[in-house]
Write a protein that binds this ligand. Sequence first.
Ligand code: IVH
Length: 725
Amino acid sequence: MAAGIPETQPVETMTPEAAAVEIADLAARVAEANEDYHGRDRPTISDAAYDAMKARLGALEQAFPDLAPVDSPTGKVGAAPAEGFGKVVHAQRMMSLGNAFSEEDVGDFITRIRSFLGLAPDQPLSLTAEPKIDGLSLSLRYEDGVLIQAATRGDGAVGENVTANARTIGDIPQTLPPGAPAILEVRGEVYMSHDDFAALNAEGAARVFANPRNAAAGSLRQIDPAVTARRPLRFFAYGWGELSQPLAGTQMEAVQRLAALGFVTNPLTRLCEDAQGLIAVWREIEQQRATLGYDIDGVVYKVDDLALQARLGFRSTTPRWALAHKFPAETAWTRLERIEIQVGRTGALSPVARLEPVTVGGVVVSNATLHNEDYIAGRDNTGAPIREGRDIREGDWVQVYRAGDVIPKIADVDLSRRRSDAPYVFPTQCPECGSDAIREPGDSVRRCTGGLICPAQAVEKLKHFVSRAAFDIDGLGAKQIEMFFADDQLPIREPADIFTLAARDGANLTKLKNRDGFGERSAEKLFAAIEERRRIPLARLIFALGIRHVGEVASATLARHFHDWSALVAAIDGAAAEPAFTAPDDKARRASLPDSPNWAELTGIDGIGAVLVASLVTTFAQPTERASIDRLAGMLEILPAQDRGGAQTEISGKTLVFTGTLERMTRAEAKARAEAMGAKVAGSVSAKTDVLIAGPGAGSKAAKAEALGVTVIDEDEWLRIAGAG
Ligand code: IVH
């Protein structure tokens, strides 16, 4: 150990109390040494002792980010920043919002809510309307009136711990007045005003940001809180997460309560009674957009009554009780330099427009999607003309637009400036592997038939495999995948290769740690991050396989249904042997054979359609793909699916069927409620049904249930189970 600091305890074994004492001591000593060196120009300790002290302080601050002083000298002297932020598991998921782009969408939103809740036409339904701030969301946790944690949204379930940075934002109270709930998570948006953004860019202290939103995100996610403190960030509170007691009975009053507790809330929030009222507020706010002094990208509508919000609940990632009504897209004209074809993980050939860079709504755009060959040719997928049939050619002047976060698109083409007389010819061979690229009848997309032999498909599959909602391996992102895919000494060509990486590196003469871009620490960290993911929840594994049509929601549904990997594989293999799969069009053969229990079980799962099942079964039946999946599964510990929400209810894991009329709850609400309580809802009665809820008018289903010995209950009993009786 270098002179100047005593023998130190390993950071991992330290208590926060001991760390706080040592951090304060080291921070003071490093600051003093800085002052001696830079300010007074007379160094008092050796460089080695100084470096050791600073490294130790950095390590402690990284392990205990909450304890890092706002003005820590590790930041002031440009010390190597801590690598990333700690993770925070949100006590309640941070959701995103469903979008509306037209008045019709707003009307549909109100109709959906009314129908879900079973409201009669004369029953009122109030909603709030407020600006949608174009910043980044932040969750602030207060315990006993003291701010103890601030976290970004992340993937909604897990965010980044930015507590030290959030403490530097003036709009965020550090303590709350008496009377605040003992546990209170306040949610809102961090943003930067137009004036502050312009001043920051003019100052030249930071890199130039494209827009206030990027500037806010870049400033909040500074490793050094001293930098964040110098950035003019602001915060609007608009919601909440975990609460030890309710804030109020309505959205409007709850936000007023937040204002009374010291938060800044948006003054343009209004209460409306119907779709017309919401649209009137949307127009008013849109007119003020340019003069507000901060970026907004739409208006958010929320059901005002919090009891109704609770009944409406959530879809997989968005609440049923809220909607973001976006402002129209912004557009600009530019030249399309050339059309490139990208090959995706399912083999889809996607045309991309490479553009002369142009600013659209404050963001520089140089690429836009062209969707598919029909879109380029000026047709939709039914063959009907789009852009009045105008096709798109290389060299054309095109109109680019972007709405919100979506990928830029091409809206139109200016024929008066066209120079080329050759229409674009879409390739019929994969530009990556040369295999035929074919278009199945009814499919709007042309696909490479190369499968895993196509390097583009293989690498895209791997990128998907390591992506956030899949294996999410720290230090193994798209860039590293491309590097390892092209590597001859330590290649990753399929997912299983990831889990043999450390062992193969051990056996190699040239080690990863000696390569460019890697060091001892980063190589070790990568191997540790991979090792950590050897235990993987079933739903993540299914999603990670990247099978066409099998998205995140379907993966979670399959995992909940089958519970463990072997049961899922058995059902898929069983289905592959059945006539529904081997002879889907041979009605006579299907009729002559008994039921297809596996196929029927798969397609009978609510939310899992025949197209998805066919894709799943085909993939598992393809020998190369299957061998790759089996190799991978053999290296993992696959964690069986948990019931949603964790808490066990009396219907967790059971299969329910509703029949007849429910009089006090709509079918949609009953289904959502049952699923939220961990049950599955099926459309028809079978030997797998556990409970039939029979309202008045129940017919053949009730008779079938009785014949099968299934428990039959009435609506009163259902309302008791659902906690709504
Ligand atoms: S409410 C469960 N209100 O928009 C509902 N969100 O597109 C949670 N946002 O992630 C969101 N202004 O970051 C809400 N007034 C507002 C908002 C707002 C901006 C952001 C928020 C959210 C995103 C969804």
